[in-house]
Design a protein around this ligand. Structure first.
Ligand code: PEP
Length: 246
């Protein structure tokens, strides 16, 4: 049974008072909050306050693989867990591109999450250049092979995948349903080959310019189990409206 997840990624947006207002609106808005799991990946400075509200699953957008040490500006899993974070994003394309995070480094983060039994969303996806060369499937397979396929079946229960083609993130250019489902079905097959039915049951989210007007057709794709939402998550009503698209 695959979990349906709708995850907001605020990135480096919103101030403390705006974050507070978002939460008030999220809590007031009438929506079927049982149908799917809502998650919020917020900037670290807001995590402890957001966790206190207990209204939705709160996670971090990034983590360092070491438990402690001389890594100025970074945050560790024990620190995130100590303020109540429930999961973390690993390998968002902005981390890969802007901060040069390699698949090998992301594997260290994955292993650290497994050592601490912290759930994580592993993000993958190709650039436009790779897609235009027709190499998107082998590229995504390589990302998953390096960082994920060594996991044990127990660790696998911590994993959610987010497929986010880089050319669709924050650009307003959404992948077509055929493009999305092709990659989601492919990832599911890669996981099934290595982990059998447990692999096939991993939830795979789509991310890339999802908004209230395109969400319904994207979430109707058979291998899409939810979304990782950037821009459209900054407004609590828009984010909640996406839930009615399932
Ligand atoms: C993201 O940040 O993961 C994302 C998918 O952003 P957007 O929805 O703005 O494309």
């Amino acid at each position: 049974m695959r979990n349906k997840i709708l995850a907001a990624n605020w990135k480096m947006n919103l101030t403390a008072s705006e974050a507070h207002d978002w939460l008030v609106k999220f809590n007031e808005t009438d929506s079927d909050k049982c149908k799917i799991e809502f998650r919020l990946y917020a900037p670290n400075v807001f995590l402890s306050d957001l966790v206190k509200s207990r209204s939705l699953h709160i996670g971090a957008q990034n983590v360092h693989p070491s438990d402690f040490g001389a890594f100025t500006g970074e945050v560790s899993i024990p620190q995130l867990v100590s303020v109540g974070a429930q999961s973390v994003l690993i390998g968002h394309s902005e981390r890969r591109t802007d901060f040069h995070e390699t698949d090998a480094f992301l594997k260290e983060k994955v292993n650290a999450c497994c050592n601490h039994a912290l759930p994580f969303i592993f993000c993958c996806g190709e650039s436009l250049e790779i897609r235009e060369k027709g190499k998107h499937l082998s590229f995504v397979r390589a990302q998953i092979t390096t960082a994920i396929l060594h996991l044990s079946h127990t660790d696998l229960s911590l994993l959610t995948i987010a497929y986010e083609p880089i050319w669709a993130i924050g650009t307003g250019q959404t992948a077509t349903n055929d493009q999305i489902n092709e990659v989601h079905a492919f990832i599911r097959e890669v996981l099934r080959e290595s982990f059998g039915v447990d692999g096939a049951n991993v939830s795979i989210l789509y991310g890339g310019s999802v908004n209230p007007s395109n969400a319904q057709s994207i979430f109707a794709c058979p291998d899409v189990d939810g979304g990782l939402i950037g821009g459209a998550s900054l407004n609590a009503s828009d984010f909640l409206e996406l839930a009615s698209s399932f």
